[in-house]
Design a protein around this ligand. Structure first.
Ligand SMILES: O=C(O)C1=C[C@@H](OP(=O)(O)O)[C@@H](O)[C@H](O)C1
Ligand SMILES: C=C(OP(=O)(O)O)C(=O)O
Length: 431
């Protein structure tokens, strides 16, 4: 699908979609448990991939009206999947499920789409091998397809922290149901650290004890997963909230209100402060879970995305609209996502007349008072690139067409409906 956006202002109220990160973990935790109702779950291409994996391990995921998932788990012992596990476009699914596969007494095969088959899995495969199971890339390049034969038996392992925090999440979630538990030692500093906080918060809600140690994390073995009263509710997604928030900051003269924005462990809540620092008017009522944002005259800032990699595309577009330089630092791990998002933003914003300077671990956007130029830009098969380029289209001169816009289904299936609901003028066309 191509989407063409015409310059528009936005106003009104929208509801945040549920968190993708919490939903993935809740579906898998419910898989490790007996029975759980996961309320307000995100049902998107990525979370469906995790649900399919839980079913292949012997669980059952039944979606009811109103967004509740009724999940029957495999109760701590995953069966050997009867088919290849297709993780589609979802890095979270592949990492979390690879560790689950390492618990099964047999062989699992995992694959995904072209983008996912180019992302790094090597450190997780090595950790699983060190724990006494077999885990390999079919092409011996640390990328999927992956073949994993469990079960793991060890109780201590070390892993780098600067490629993906999802390796840590995966091993903690699986480690809780091993006999001996796991001690994880980090070989490097941890990037994307708040995502492990999300994991610890979720594990606690499922009655599983895991903790930080001086040099990493630890989880006791022999634990049982079970949410209180068999229910778990997913909070709103701040990575997704970043798009309507940024839309309000650049094109919301009459204000945009976002509901469903309750505080949680998400590092991406940082977007509220970032938009505020750049000069928009923002008010987050944490008790009510509402954020009100109104356009201001935006100025460039320096911001590290060490803990918030998924915000880079949104900040890049804000920087393109702001006056002066916006320097996004500590961004090397943002190159290992659905696409290399540092280069993707430099190149696609470049098509709209924006000057940028790219370095291995940073992106500087040279914003200016002049408007962006409407252009045809590529979504690169990456939901976040599509969504942020749509925001740029709101304030460009002339029309902006984004190719591959259907990829929003990965994390925010209702994105274009939401943007239209706020008054954006857009047209969808089949390719
Ligand atoms: O655990 C998670 O839910 C995620 C962790 C982050 O990845 P990395 O830890 O690989 O940076 C983030 O980019 C991704 O969108 C979701
Ligand atoms: C990188 C992302 O997700 P994943 O790693 O699960 O593919 C994302 O949602 O931006």
């Amino acid at each position: 699908m191509h989407v063409t956006i015409s310059p528009s202002s936005v106003e009104g109220t929208i509801r945040a979609p549920p968190s993708k990160s919490y939903t993935h973990r809740a579906i898998l935790a419910a898989g490790y448990a007996d029975r759980t109702s996961v309320r307000d779950a995100l049902w998107s291409a990525d979370t469906r991939a995790t649900a399919r994996a839980v079913e292949l391990f012997g669980g059952d995921v039944d979606r009811r009206d109103g967004g509740t998932l009724e999940i029957e788990g495999f109760d701590g012992t995953p069966g050997v999947p009867a088919d290849v596990i297709d993780c589609d476009n979802s890095g979270t699914t592949m990492r979390l499920v690879t560790a689950t596969a390492a618990l099964a007494d047999g062989t699992s095969v995992l694959t995904g789409d072209e983008s996912l088959r180019s992302r790094p899995q090597g450190p997780l495969l090595e950790a699983i091998t060190d724990l006494g199971a077999q885990a390999a890339s079919t092409r011996s390049n640390g990328q999927a397809p992956l073949v994993v034969t469990g079960p793991i038996s060890g109780d201590a392992v070390s892993i780098p922290g600067d490629v993906s925090s999802q390796y840590v999440t995966a091993l903690l979630m699986a480690g809780a149901v091993t006999d001996d538990g796991l001690e994880l030692t980090l070989e490097t500093e941890l990037k994307s650290a708040p995502y492990v906080d999300i994991t610890l918060e979720l594990l606690e809600a499922f009655g599983v004890d895991a903790r930080r140690t001086d040099d990493g994390f630890a989880v006791e073995g022999g634990q049982r997963y079970g949410a209180e009263s068999g229910e778990y509710a997913v909070p709103g997604d701040f990575s997704s909230i970043s798009y309507p928030l940024a839309a309000g900051a650049i094109a919301g003269e009459n204000g945009v209100r976002i509901e469903g924005a309750q505080p949680s462990a998400q590092g991406d809540t940082a977007i509220v402060e970032i938009v505020d620092r750049m000069g928009a008017s923002v008010d987050w009522d944490r008790d009510a879970g509402t954020i009100d944002v109104t356009t201001g005259s935006l100025e460039g800032i320096e911001v590290s995305v060490e803990n918030t990699p998924d915000l880079l595309p949104t900040i890049a577009t804000l920087g393109a609209v702001a006056d002066g330089d916006t320097r996004i630092t500590n961004a090397e791990h943002v190159r290992y996502k659905e696409t290399d998002r540092v280069s993707a933003m430099a190149e696609e914003l470049g098509k709209m007349g924006v000057e940028t300077t790219e370095e291995p671990d940073s992106l500087t956007i040279h914003g200016s008072d002049s408007r962006l130029e409407g252009a045809t830009v590529e979504g690169r098969g990456d939901h976040r690139i599509v969504m942020t380029l749509a925001l740029a289209g709101l304030v460009a001169d002339g029309e902006t067409t984004i190719t591959g816009a259907e990829h929003v289904d990965v994390s925010y299936p209702g994105f274009f409906d939401a943007l239209e609901g706020l008054g954006a003028s857009l047209e969808r066309r089949r390719e």
